[in-house]
Write a protein that binds this ligand. Structure first.
Ligand SMILES: C[S@@+](CC[C@H](N)C(=O)[O-])C[C@H]1O[C@@H](n2cnc3c(N)ncnc32)[C@H](O)[C@@H]1O
Length: 311
């Protein structure tokens, strides 16, 4: 009789536990995102961090952080501050435990949140291991919220027609999660957030203070320019790296070629830097300060007037 009672009690407790566990599991499963947890191999984590040139001054965000390994590794290696965001609360708790185990809990924080609703303005590096369509959906947000010069590094997936500044395969590794006989190599991509320098820029130049005008159209980090010159308009080469800008012009008249290299830092509607003129015989430099007509700034993706967000 006693045996029967004990057996029934054990069965009841087991059923109760199963029901409780299943309900909890269902609630939490409802919070998983469109891409499920698969950890980046530690070797690949190291290569992603090297590619993004992560250092002690950075703040790294892992958008969909899984077990937290990317921000934890950066904190361990360089003392980098990090934030991990995951939609799955169980992974957020796992990341927090892993950070304590790695003794970096003072440097890293993990939050249960939707990465699309997370403010990225503090991040100088964003790490991604998502899906192609999620990268594309995230693209305008990265370009809008991260400061020029910040880096985005992605495991496996690119960003469509926003070509990477650096792309390569990782060194081979054995994937302990999906056993196979072939070593794997993961595609890795890195982008530098470009300043938005699109629009019409003007400055005065030369002894007579003549006004020069440069029109830049820009898609992501690629720029094309047209500059006004005494001889008319001419196309110029525009190179954009973060908030650094290089504009190279070449004017030909009679037997002479006059080349000018403008180099500067863009901050809002102002570029400040230097210009170097070379006409074959002499080379001279002078300060360069250009201002943009604000409403001429365009969106980096759509070529429509941009809804700017001042930082
Ligand atoms: C492939 S795992 C990558 C984990 C980690 N970044 C790594 O490389 O080891 C993708 C992670 O993104 C999370 N995730 C999916 N959609 C999300 C969303 N909308 N917001 C936040 N996290 C999301 C998943 O829960 C999962 O942990």
């Amino acid at each position: 009789m006693i045996r029967k009672i004990v057996f029934s009690a054990v069965v009841l407790v087991a059923i109760g536990f199963l029901v409780y566990w299943q309900q909890g599991g269902q609630n939490e499963a409802a919070k998983t995102g469109e891409v499920h947890f698969a950890p980046t191999h530690q070797k690949v984590v190291d290569e992603m961090l090297a590619m993004a040139r992560v250092g002690p001054e950075d703040v790294i965000y892992d958008l969909g952080c899984g077990d937290g390994r990317i921000v934890i590794t950066a904190a361990q290696r360089w003392g980098t501050r990090g934030v991990g965001i995951d939609i799955d609360p169980r992974l957020v708790r796992l990341s927090q435990r892993n950070a304590v185990r790695a003794k970096v809990e003072n440097l890293v924080s993990f939050y249960e949140a939707d990465l699309f609703a997370t403010d990225l303005s503090e991040a100088t590096v964003a790490a991604l291991y998502l899906l192609p369509e999620l990268n594309l959906r995230l693209r305008p947000k990265l370009l809008r919220e991260m400061r020029p010069g910040s880096r985005v590094v992605s495991h496996s997936w690119d960003m469509g027609d926003w070509t990477a500044d650096e792309a390569r395969l990782s060194t081979p590794y054995w994937n302990e999660w999906v056993p196979g006989d072939e070593p794997k190599r993961s595609p890795l991509f890195m982008w530098v957030i470009p300043a938005n320098v699109s629009g019409v820029w003007r400055w005065s130049e030369g002894k007579d203070g003549g006004i020069k005008e440069l029109r830049i159209s820009q898609r992501f980090q690629k720029g094309q320019g047209v500059i006004s010159a005494p001889t008319g308009e001419m196309p110029v080469l525009v190179e954009i790296t973060g908030n650094r800008l290089r504009v190279t012009t070449q004017e030909k008249n009679a037997a002479k070629t006059r080349k000018t290299l403008y180099e500067g830092t863009a901050e809002g509607d102002v570029i400040e830097g230097t210009a170097m003129v070379n006409n074959g015989a002499i080379e001279e430099g002078f300060p360069w300060r250009a201002s943009r007509t604000p409403h001429t700034r365009m969106d980096l993706e759509n070529k429509t007037p941009s809804q700017r967000k001042e930082k």
